[in-house]
Design a protein around this ligand. Structure first.
Ligand SMILES: Cc1ncc(C[n+]2csc(CCOP(=O)(O)OP(=O)(O)O)c2C)c(N)n1
Length: 339
């Protein structure tokens, strides 16, 4: 478990915020691989508050908006930024990109672009942890949109039935693309659905990272003892669904109001008012983080793209031979376009 004091939680959230801002910059400079980038600005307390109580050996999956979660679990921002830029030096050698980052070493079983797609994996990981008596938990992070997917309910049922060390974390940023939660569901108290399956279920306001961390601490402790849980974290998606979305479906007044729910600023104000850190110390911390993330952009931009010859390397499990048709196809592509 990491240090969960407010200065540490603030620093972790600031790192996520600044990383995401730099990802936006990477996109604007035309250096990101692909055009779909989903930023988690406004959702930092969910990633940081939950991950603060995870420990080595725990596993997790994320949705398409998962940069901040992986960073909060200890990812190296250089290798993440390089992956988002499609570079060989990235976590998946540039073949995963923003939405398919994975790293077994840090317990990241995979980001997944299919809404709800990462959820069932944690049931398997939880079952494995229980059999091995490893004491590990597995956490599925997903958006409120995934509560419309049947796989969530199949997974929650199985986790409850088998008493698995699993947590379902719903980051409720109020929108699934352009649809507000209240236009998509009759009962927006999402935790009530999980409670019906017998899970320990709670909703917490994501404005205060300490509240999120406290709720996560309780639920994670229970999950390690075989009491699976569901945590819904209320927040606001500050910007569009993806980089190209200017959110025409919501007006400026709503966005201005929504952005007042800023967990990073809230923690900063609290650190000052509680006398834990001065404004000057916080400015210095922010500057240090900014230069770390500037370095990550430089690292990503300077990296090499993967070679054509490596197209199918790291794509199949090491134990699986490359299927023959793939080899034949690669040879054909390379003959046309030698590099
Ligand atoms: C099964 C499936 N249906 C539709 C989509 C298209 N899609 C991508 S993101 C998204 C909205 C997801 O909303 P939410 O789960 O709340 O996550 P958020 O984007 O708000 O973080 C949709 C519908 C998809 N990727 N997968």
């Amino acid at each position: 478990m990491k240090n969960t004091t407010l200065p540490q939680l603030y620093e972790d959230m600031r790192r996520v915020r600044t990383f995401e801002e730099r990802v936006g910059e990477l996109f604007v400079r035309g250096k990101s691989a692909g055009s779909m980038l989903h930023l988690s600005i406004g959702e930092e307390s969910a990633a940081v508050g939950v991950c603060a109580h995870m420990r080595d050996g725990d596993t997790f999956t994320t949705h398409h908006r998962g940069h901040g979660i992986f960073l909060a679990r200890g990812a190296d921002p250089d290798r993440m930024m390089a992956e988002i830029a499609g570079k060989e030096s990235g976590y998946c050698h540039g073949k995963g990109g923003s939405m398919h980052i994975a790293d077994m070493g840090l317990g990241h079983l995979g980001a997944n672009a299919i809404v709800g797609g990462g959820i069932p994996s944690v049931v398997g990981a939880g079952l494995s942890a229980r059999h091995k008596k490893s004491g590990a938990i597995s956490v599925a992070f997903f958006g409120d949109g995934a509560t419309g997917q049947g796989i969530l309910y199949e997974s929650m049922n199985m986790a409850a039935l088998w008493k698995l060390p699993v947590i379902f974390v719903c980051i409720n940023n109020q929108y699934g693309m352009g649809t507000r939660i209240d236009q998509a569901t009759a009962n927006p108290n999402l935790h009530e659905r999980a409670a019906a399956f017998g899970l320990a279920a709670r909703t917490v306001d994501g404005l205060d990272v300490e509240d999120v961390a406290d709720a996560a601490a309780d639920l994670i402790a229970g999950a390690r003892e075989g009491r699976p849980a569901f945590l819904s974290i209320d927040c606001y998606r500050f910007f569009g669904h993806a980089r190209k979305d200017k959110s025409p479906y919501r007006d400026e007044a709503e966005e201005a109001e929504g952005r007042k729910k800023d967990p990073v600023l809230r923690a900063r104000d609290k650190l000052i008012s509680d006398g834990l850190m001065s404004e000057a110390e916080l400015d210095a911390l922010d500057t240090r983080v900014a230069s770390e993330m500037d370095g990550s952009i430089d690292f990503a931009v300077a990296g090499n793209e993967p070679q054509m010859q490596s197209m199918f390397r790291d794509v199949y499990a090491p134990s699986q031979p490359e299927p023959e048709p793939v080899r034949t196809r690669l040879d054909r592509i390379l003959a046309q376009e030698p590099r």
